[in-house]
Design a protein around this ligand. Structure first.
Ligand SMILES: Nc1ncnc2c1ncn2[C@@H]1O[C@H](COP(=O)(O)OP(=O)(O)OP(=O)(O)O)[C@@H](O)[C@H]1O
Ligand SMILES: C[C@@](O)(CCOP(=O)(O)OP(=O)(O)O)CC(=O)O
Length: 396
């Protein structure tokens, strides 16, 4: 069997200026531009291998070891566009193997919970589209490929780049100008770190796709958000990233998370993604910033209760004096810090004279684990393949 394969890893991204609302649900065209930070693949990543061979009978996807439906319109749109681009190459150069006509086998693994509000669809579609683009040796730019990932899941287009990324909403009806661009590389502002407080990794009741359309259809507040709030914030946040102005970046990030969740509450019937633990974490972050008299931490919440905290490496000790005090007993710390470093967080807390009233111990019960990570790079070609090169099936 003559099997062609390619493997890619792709990152998760967490928006600091949220995408919420579509003007075209088929093409995933958004009602506003958005901004995100790409997280390091050392901690959260999707690995996808794609293979094409004339003998394959049908397009098949295996996700986390199980067959997974590929018949949905979004995945089909991505495959269609990628095949179209490959076909153009084959027409120009008749010596190329006709991969565009062969069926695909795609095998993918997320190294974190799927469909649990940790942006698995973003990393998943970014990896799927990147792996097939690599397999097909497509010459298109990363932004052009991001347009295809967008059709899989809107936020996926931002996972095509590392660092700090904007998804420009565009205005064209066919979506050709709605794609991701890089605002700054991870190496331009490498000090950005992220701490994910996993409040729940259970599948959510209202998916992002359903939730945002309910907001578009019913929320009055949403109109104000897309017409005024987001366009202004986009410029302020972009500038803050370029100038490495953490205080402004953090304030806008927190305000945008709150604005997005306010439009969820303003939807009818209302959508609640945050729970009491999430709200407690918000107050806790404000207490920490107030205690230090400067903004050292920003929180943001996607369509679920998990918190993502952004902070700069230089403030890690200051921040973790508090975060480790509350959430030190859950898994995730020992992989990143030595016993001495963890002890330093405790000592820093003890010297902080923080009162018991401000220390909300109830919060401890709501967090299941922490994921400690940082800004990272975009999709990378992987040496490891999940596909057996002889059979074209997933490796056991
Ligand atoms: N590695 C992958 N390859 C292909 N598709 C994937 C992959 N990972 C996830 N998906 C698709 O994304 C779906 C999960 O998307 P969903 O939006 O429900 O959750 P999420 O992305 O984890 O959460 P959120 O979007 O709120 O952050 C899966 O059911 C699957 O169809
Ligand atoms: C709250 C968000 O995470 C919503 C993400 O929505 P999706 O990209 O998952 O939605 P679809 O385009 O319908 O697949 C905000 C964001 O990532 O910008």
């Amino acid at each position: 069997m003559s099997i062609h394969t390619a493997s890619v890893t792709a990152p998760v991204n967490i928006a600091t200026l949220k995408y919420w609302g579509k003007r075209d649900t088929k093409l995933n065209l958004p009602t506003n531009s958005s901004i995100s930070v790409t997280l390091s693949q050392d901690d959260l990543r999707t690995l996808t291998s794609a293979a094409a061979a004339p003998e394959f009978e049908k397009d098949t996807l295996w996700l986390n070891g199980e067959p997974h439906s590929i018949d949905n319109e979004r995945t089909q749109n991505c495959l269609h566009d990628l095949r179209q681009l490959r076909k153009e190459l084959e027409i120009k150069d008749a010596s190329l193997p006709t991969l565009s006509q062969w069926k695909l086998h795609i095998v993918s693994e997320n190294n974190f919970p799927t469909a649990a509000g940790l942006a698995s669809s973003a990393a998943g579609f970014a990896a799927l589209v990147s792996a097939i683009a690599k397999l097909y040796q497509l010459p298109q730019s990363t932004s052009e490929i991001s347009r295809i990932a967008r059709k899989g899941s809107g936020s996926a287009c931002r996972s095509l780049f590392g660092g700090y990324v904007a998804w420009e909403m565009g205005t064209a009806q066919d979506g050709h100008d709605s794609m991701a661009i890089q605002i700054a590389d991870s190496s331009d502002w490498p000090q950005m770190k992220a701490c994910v407080l996993v409040v729940s990794d259970i599948k959510k009741d209202v998916s992002s796709t359903q939730g945002m359309q309910l907001t578009v259809a019913t929320s009055e507040l949403f109109k104000e958000r897309i017409e005024h709030v987001v366009p202004n914030r986009f410029e302020v946040m972009r500038k803050a990233i370029i100038e490495k102005d953490f205080a402004t970046f953090a304030k806008e990030t927190m305000m945008d998370s709150n604005s997005f969740h306010a439009t969820c509450l303003d939807s009818f019937p209302p959508i609640f993604y945050m729970n009491d633990t999430s709200k407690g974490i918000i107050s806790w972050c404000h207490s920490i910033n107030q205690y230090y008299g400067e903004t050292i931490v920003a929180y943001t919440f996607d369509a679920g209760p998990n918190a993502v905290l952004y902070y700069l490496a230089e403030n890690e000790l200051k921040l973790f004096a508090f975060i480790y005090k509350l959430f030190g007993s859950v898994p995730g710390w020992d992989k990143k810090f030595t016993v001495e470093q963890l002890d330093a967080f405790n000592q820093q807390f003890d010297s902080a004279k923080f009162t018991a009233r401000e220390l909300d111990l109830e919060l401890q019960k709501g967090v299941a684990r922490v994921i400690l990570t940082q800004v990272g790079s975009g999709p990378q070609e992987a040496k490891e393949s999940l596909i057996d090169a002889k059979t074209g099936l997933p490796k056991k």
